[in-house]
Design a protein around this ligand. Structure first.
Ligand SMILES: Cc1cc2nc3c(=O)[nH]c(=O)nc-3n(C[C@H](O)[C@H](O)[C@H](O)COP(=O)(O)OP(=O)(O)OC[C@H]3O[C@@H](n4cnc5c(N)ncnc54)[C@H](O)[C@@H]3O)c2cc1C
Length: 477
């Protein structure tokens, strides 16, 4: 009988183009998948119901994919360092495979699981899957990790990229007796979101599972329309000009090699410098994703606090009322409020608006960026530690970005990126009938605010900007 290999899924909920799973399949035809519902993650205070909804839906789709490939995906619920070794031992597994991760918690968890498996003389094989280049593969001339994006991008882009790996097929699953043993060792049916004590009633921007992610990729890249206009349209929140693949990339319902192969094919097909530039801008976003992953891997302290000195002991006001107004989209700044309502209602926010609301929270309200970072994690269905932390530190000016201080003016941002107030009207229905000029600038007369039950601005941008600059200067010493 073939030896049994267990593949532990975490942020790679697919059987196509999955490096670790493909190597488990090479090791043995008898490959069974496992996913562990981890209480350390699911019971944490920054879990988003929308994100868990996407994850559970993707697990359900993955179970079907396994069955079609001839095997099965088991579900466990418990501390991974206990649950995984217990299952592996009950099934007399020869080797456990997984794709390694950059997050500090994942690194510690994986080390504990590896140790427990070692005690049982079970082999462990790990692969790099979530990016095109593993941390350490892209280094400066001096051999150090990059802390600045542009040179990282040049070096990263110059390296050849791996092709997608083979999808799992012709696999062999557990026998009925082994299935019983798995149950005894903790395998359960996939719970619903309600079983986990959460609810999310709305449709997600992207449906869970491999198929919708792949279709979205094709739709975005293959017709050469959206991707070919990406650089021109990506900053307009009222336009569906971006790929909307972030949750798929976060949970790995699509493989990054597949994504890159499609983007690269579009680049090769491009007939004008204009199209080439647009497609390459999208590739640069994929590189931002990896830049932040590498940064978190080499500088895990980023997860806990600021990178730059002036922000290490910064006098944040941390006003609870202001924070609440920001969370609810009731700051009196229409572009900020529209964005926060989009987040609260859909579990997603357009990138331009993520930058606007993050700048507003930190520079205008002078609230610690970690409050915003956490609120995003509690609501984003694509919430991802590396990208979210990177985005927040960039916006707060506390991160690796070489530009010392960046302060967005909400009115100028709205004028430039939502000039007809389409986005603002979509998410702020109570003021949709007001003049475009009022909506964009945020200069709404008090009586109109009253009549439409919309707040007056809770702070004065000009004043707050001047104050922030002054405090920053003092902090720098
Ligand atoms: C304050 C802040 C918080 C953010 N939090 C997250 C987060 O939790 N999870 C997340 O995936 N992205 C985050 N981003 C990055 C970005 O906003 C989203 O990736 C993007 O809006 C997702 O939409 P899309 O898939 O249509 O992106 P596209 O524009 O189509 O980009 C393609 C892919 O590239 C990656 N990407 C794009 N921009 C960035 C970026 N700036 N940093 C890292 N990766 C990027 C994403 O995986 C994205 O799906 C954040 C940005 C900011 C400013």
């Amino acid at each position: 009988m073939a030896s049994l290999a267990l593949f532990w899924h975490r942020r790679d909920l697919r059987i196509a183009d999955n490096v670790g799973l493909a190597s488990a399949r090479v090791f043995s035809a008898k490959v069974v998948g496992v996913f562990c519902l981890d209480p350390n993650i699911l019971n944490s205070d920054d879990v988003a119901p929308a994100r868990v909804a996407y994850m559970l839906g993707s697990l359900e789709a993955l179970q079907e994919r396994y069955v079609k490939a001839g095997s099965q995906l088991l579900i466990l619920n418990g501390q991974p360092e206990e649950a995984i070794p217990e299952l592996a031992s009950a099934l007399e597994v020869r080797a456990v495979f997984w794709n390694w991760d950059v997050e500090p918690y994942a690194k510690a968890r994986d080390a504990a699981v590896r140790e427990a498996l070692k005690q049982q003389a079970i082999e462990v094989h790990t692969s790099w899957d979530q990016g095109l280049h593993a941390p350490g593969e892209v280094r400066t001339g001096g051999g150090t990790p990059y802390t600045v994006y542009t040179p990282f991008w040049r070096n990263w882009n110059s390296k050849s990229k791996a092709a997608p790996v083979e999808e799992l097929q012709d696999a062999e699953g557990l026998t009925a007796a082994e299935g019983q043993a798995a149950k005894k060792a903790g395998a359960i049916a996939l719970p619903s979101l309600k079983d986990l004590g959460m609810s999310w009633e709305r449709d997600l921007l992207l449906s869970p599972g491999e198929q919708p992610a792949f279709e979205r990729l094709e739709e975005f890249v293959e017709d050469d329309r959206a991707i070919a206009e990406y650089d021109d349209q990506r900053n307009q929140p009222s336009v569906a000009g971006t790929s909307m693949l972030s949750a798929a990339l976060k949970f790995g319902t699509i493989g990054i090699r597949t994504v890159w192969a499609y983007a690269d094919a579009a680049l090769s097909r491009s007939r004008s410098d204009e199209t080439y530039r647009n497609i390459q801008t999208w590739q640069q976003e994929l590189a931002w994703r990896e830049f932040y992953q590498h940064a978190l891997y080499f500088f895990p302290e980023l997860a806990d606090g600021p990178y730059r000195e002036p922000f290490k002991d910064f006098p944040w006001t941390n006003d609870e009322e202001d924070f609440q107004a920001w969370c609810e989209g009731r700051t009196g700044y229409p572009i900020v409020d529209a964005a926060m309502r989009q987040l609260n209602e859909t579990g997603w926010m357009h990138n331009r608006c993520r930058m606007i609301v993050a700048s507003f929270l930190t520079k205008d309200l002078r609230i610690d960026w970690r409050w915003g970072e956490k609120y995003f994690m509690q609501h984003l269905y694509d919430g991802d530690l590396a990208a979210n932390n990177g985005g927040w530190q960039w916006s707060a000016s506390s991160g690796m970005d070489p530009k010392p201080l960046r302060i967005f003016n909400p009115a100028s941002q709205a004028k430039k990126y939502d000039p007809d107030a389409e986005y603002i009207r979509q998410w702020l229905p109570e003021i949709r009938t007001l003049d475009t000029e009022m909506l964009v600038t945020g200069n709404i007369p008090a009586e109109e605010c009253d009549r439409h039950n919309y707040p007056m601005p809770i702070v004065d941008h000009k004043q707050q900007q001047a104050q922030f600059k002054q405090i920053y200067k003092e902090q720098k010493g």
